[in-house]
Design a protein around this ligand. Structure first.
Ligand code: SF4
Length: 83
């Protein structure tokens, strides 16, 4: 009887830890994806969309987390003239 309680509680413990680990990984992945979506390069006028030279100003940092907060970011389109 005592061993049954022990193994049942072990099974529940492992299940709960597995679910907790899964949800923590999911939460971490979502946070990382949100951060990657903040990279501004695709909306920047210096972005070439060419894998050989992604950016004419910061070719190494373009499309990486290093580009977050890039001081040379310039919007592709000018909203005032709708160009
Ligand atoms: S200038 Fe900065 S924001 Fe613009 S494409 Fe290059 S790295 Fe990205």
């Amino acid at each position: 009887m005592l061993s049954k309680i022990f193994f049942t509680s072990c099974a529940w413990g492992i299940s709960i830890l597995s679910f907790w680990s899964f949800f923590m990984s999911l939460k971490k992945g979502i946070r990382h994806l949100k951060r990657l979506h903040q990279i501004p390069c695709s909306d920047c006028k210096y972005f070439t969309n060419d894998y050989r030279l992604k950016c004419t100003v910061h070719p190494i940092n373009a499309c990486t987390e290093e580009a977050l907060g890039c001081i040379d970011f310039a919007p592709k389109y000018n909203n005032e003239n709708n160009i």
